[in-house]
Write a protein that binds this ligand. Structure first.
Ligand SMILES: Nc1ncnc2c1ncn2[C@@H]1O[C@H](COP(=O)(O)OP(=O)(O)O)[C@@H](O)[C@H]1O
Ligand SMILES: [Mg+2]
Length: 315
């Protein structure tokens, strides 16, 4: 549904996108994750036909967004990161205004607005003034607006930013429902855990390039690969036993053990059989093992690792 190849965008000396490759399959809920300034908004604006790339290719459902912007726009619903809403309109009037712009006729409009208010949990707010709605409600109204012309693809730029946990959970439920409707969704965030549970696949962006792209399972496998074994010994172990224990641990895990605060840590993917054998060996050596556990890398540590350097190159 989305195919970007070697997408580049320069603003003067800043490379907002520096060779972005991005693929999103039809029906996928795809997380687009990266620190602030990574280029998420720029990529979405290019896909939404609001700005042109300096170089590279961007296709939406096979349509080149630069060559056929009008055709692309019919396929895309875009929710920008910042948007204004008109003060003196009711929620339904606001949607009606945009439905008119999208070319929907009277009867179509009423039905569509009703459906979208229902989908976004705003049916009760139908007659409420837009400027009096909570932030979460405004975001949802904007999402409804992006869906008026029934696009195949939704581009949602940080739709949950600034929301409280309850509003975020509500937004997640709505996005799941939208995915069930068969829509393709590209959703950005600078917070990885926010999307890791929700999305089928994700692309992590750093300094205008993808540094990870894959399914949620692949991400989890990466997490497992980044896990560590932690072994702690009771005080009073003699040096010779300690040295032999270290040797055994390093041989079993194939990595160097790091010592700190009375415990040893070795990076090693999970392997229950190896761990069980190693524990047996350590005890038969006479090592005073008092703690032996595996620590999973958290999503945050993986994110920090793949996006290690957040500074923007000034080229
Ligand atoms: N209109 C613009 N003019 C100049 N620089 C811009 C403009 N828009 C974005 N940038 C720069 O491009 C980089 C990527 O920005 P952006 O796409 O907004 O990242 P993100 O959405 O991931 O935070 C940043 O360094 C930003 O300052
Ligand atoms: Mg942004």
């Amino acid at each position: 549904m989305i195919c970007c190849q070697n997408l580049q965008k320069r603003y003067g000396r800043t490379r907002a996108l520096d060779g972005l490759d991005l693929r999103v399959s039809p029906g996928e809920l795809h997380g687009f994750i990266g620190p602030n300034g990574a280029g998420k908004t720029t990529a979405m604006k290019i896909l939404a036909t609001l700005t042109r790339p300096t170089a590279g290719l961007a296709l939406v459902d096979g349509v080149n967004v630069c060559e056929q912007p009008q055709r692309a726009r019919r396929l895309i619903g875009y929710m920008p990161d910042f948007f204004g809403v008109y003060d003196n309109l009711k929620a339904w009037e606001y949607l009606d205004l945009y439905a008119g712009c999208a070319g929907l006729s009277g009867a179509q409009r009423r039905a569509r607005i009703g459906e979208l208010l229902e989908l976004t949990g705003l049916t009760d707010q139908r007659e409420a003034m837009v400027d009096g709605l909570s932030r979460g409600m405004k975001q949802r109204l904007c999402l409804a607006r992006a869906m008026l012309h029934d696009p195949k693809l939704l581009l949602l730029d940080e739709p949950a930013s600034g929301m409280d946990p309850r509003a975020r959970a509500q937004m997640r439920d709505i996005l799941r429902e939208i995915a069930r409707m068969g829509k393709t969704v590209l959703i950005s965030s600078h917070i990885l855990p926010e999307l890791s549970e929700l999305c089928d696949a994700m692309t992590i962006l750093e300094r205008g390039r993808a540094v990870f792209s894959g399914s949620a399972q692949e991400m989890r496998r990466k997490l497992d690969g980044d896990s560590a074994l932690i072994v702690r010994f009771a005080p009073g172990m003699d040096e010779e036993t300690a040295a032999r224990a270290r040797e055994r641990i390093e041989a079993a895990c194939g990595a160097r053990a790091q010592e700190g605060e009375g415990e040893w840590r070795v990076s090693a993917p999970g392997d229950d059989a190896r761990d069980a054998a190693l524990l047996g060996e350590l005890i038969s050596l006479g090592a005073r093992v008092c703690e032996f556990k595996r620590q999973q890398a958290t999503l945050e540590t993986v994110f920090m690792e793949v996006t290690r350097d957040e500074t923007q190159p000034d080229l």
